[in-house]
Design a protein around this ligand. Sequence first.
Ligand code: ADP
Ligand code: ZN
Ligand code: ZN
Length: 814
Amino acid sequence: MAEFLESTVEVAVSMLVEGTFTYAVPEALASRARVGMRVLVPFGGRRTTGYVLGPGSLPAEKDIKSILDILDETPLFPAGMIPLFRWTAEYYKHPLGAVIQTALPGGLTVSESAAWAITEEGRGRLEENGLPPDEARVLGLLAEKRLRSRELRVRLGPEVPGTLLRSLERRGFVVQARTLRAGGAKALQERWVRLTSGAPASGRLSPQKRALLARVASAGALPVREVAGQAPHAGAHLRALERAGYVELFSRRLYRDPFGEAILPDAPPRLTADQETVVSTVCGSLGKGFRTFLLQGVTGSGKTEVYMRVAAHAVASGHSVLVLVPEIALITQTERRFRARFGEHVAVLHSALSQGERFDQWVRILRGEVPIAIGVRSAVFAPFSDIGVIIVDEEHDASYKQEGGLHYSARDLAVVRAQQAGAVALLGSATPSLQSYHNVRSGKYNQLTLPQRIEARPLPAIRTVDLRQCRDLRGPGRFISAELNRAISETLGRGEQVLLFLNRRGFASFPVCAACGAALRCRHCDISLTLHQAANAYRCHYCGFSRPASAACDACGSPRIKRLGMGTEKVEAAVRALFPKARIARMDRDTTRRKHEILGLLKGLREKTIDLLVGTQMVAKGHDFPDITLVGIICADLSLSFPDFRAGERTFQLLAQVAGRAGRGEQPGQVILQTYNPEHFSIRAARDQDFEAFYEQEIGFRKALGYPPFARLIQLRISGRDAQITREQAEALGAQCRALQAGDPAFAKSIQILGPIEAALARIAGHFRWQILIKSLQAAVLHRFADRLLAGHSSALTGRQVRTVIDVDPLSLM
Ligand code: ADP
Ligand code: ZN
Ligand code: ZN
């Protein structure tokens, strides 16, 4: 654990400033200051929160400022995580204090749940007298004990305003402190039975009791509920066995999924030969230093079982396990299965938790109470100090990339963290990212494969339908081909389920004036509005701008608007017309704004009250519906035309993942893939479920064009409300880049600067957008360039009217 510190400490402040600072620790606080705690410090005439990283680098005699207070009773993160924070700050060009703030669970500084406490300074000020009466009363109460805002209001009346508290806080008289607590949530318990360790010989028992005992013995432990209902008088027998000292009863926490159903413990199945090979390879390198594996296994090949075996092995040898899963609606299959296998040994970190729950999970990990944590993106910062393996499920998933604030890739940080910890990184996917597969080819990662589905279930048969051949230009026949129509009706006829996928929501994505041909566009963004029939309005998908569905053409005033372009609403309307008897539902962002709505849809699929589901990529990942035997991809081309070098990769992954939803149960599945580009290699490769073929083609393009994984990229995104000023700022920054490039032979040789150019989406929510792309084949030179740019020209990056964001390894260039 962290040690008590010297008379000075190194502090990272949670502000947008570079570097760390040394503060003196007043004697009164010296015994409490430890690495990983938050402190209140004076900074540039204000007070701010900082994080203690270690002993200060300046001697105490120097004239340095002192910390004002210590905000935590125990550290919030282990000292062992500081190298990861430093690496992240350095690599992603983000202030260290802000990195730590991102890493910690939210809610550490929120008012209502946090208790207010008086500081040393506050006590001093209170004793001096002369404060305004309302301030004196608040400080007087807090001098006795910590109080929450709510409690303060109870004592002083509702008029204790937040502004008063914040003003006291700003002056350093009070702080918001949060006491570490854990396990606050109500836990459901279940009674279990197991053999006692020194049980007497069972020879003298009745055959019924002996059978019961044998069952318990073979299972290791069983829920009483399962035993009691099985044979007549089993409950009574069990109690008798307990009294006689054969078995003991104990409580076990029972977990429920979001449906309210109990997640019952499972027993590990026998591994298949392929799984066995993979598990023993990974387990064989646990504890032997850093290594990264890429597990490529087709959908349904048993990757999750591999993860769980590896996790069990790591835990048994005394290490912690971190499991990252993509951000999806509700609970993931992976999470549920880890819970079933490991019960209370798992902490879960995702956005569906309340802040308090997240905080509790964090504390359990920090205290070493749980060896396994499973969570989304930010869980890569889970406060373990002894990681043995980090697993990244669906490693290709774009949700591992954080956009906004600290731009980082949790997948990449997982590998860095494993490296720092001397641990194993295990990345898994049916459709690996080009980046990771390239790392396999170049020998950086070790490849593992699971080439078959469990029980040799066949992969779905995929057929393409050329939409150019669909001659019916009116009506639903335009996008539901005769072939898809037939397949739907046969599938429904057999009582099986259908999934129709289209990666665009709304009814008509391209409303056009019938009189003058102008498109209906957003007033604040450079994009078409989408007609939403259910909402009876046009909406912008980027800024939320809305106009009534009766709106006329902006250009000529004509009320006649053609509803071109399609979305999931239009598909839903079409299938309702074609299959009036089918029970049809739609899953996209419009129908799942509230949690219970998505629950209802998933439940409907599972209980088979829904026959056909139309959806966006929300349906493509994570969920497992055994009775879906037909997947129809309405138009495979939507994401192909994006002006982004990863468009092909994203299309391939999305199509292969959607196709993988078919035939996961006993019945084989089929997929009908409709496209205007049947010859495009991304679509052909998805049809053939042939990752290698896709890779070989795509990697050739990347190499020829000098894109990742060959070159590294840093994108500068410049945006502002004023078109002229934004443009000038972008141009000035571009000139600075070029000057820097020209001034250093290493830069001149290996740095390439593209832009500034207007972004493909030139305006979003009233902000004009420009981009500069910095490219290099050498990561080290690229980073040196960016550091020099930031150090020497930071004024351009912190302009008032124009915002510049740095995105290292950008995922989307739009
Ligand atoms: P993936 O994660 O590769 O999509 P899963 O781990 O979900 O695959 O496995 C698919 C199905 O096969 C799941 O229902 C899982 O419980 C089952 N399964 C996995 N491994 C085995 C095994 N060794 N024996 C029997 N069933 C297995
Ligand atoms: Zn018009
Ligand atoms: Zn808009």
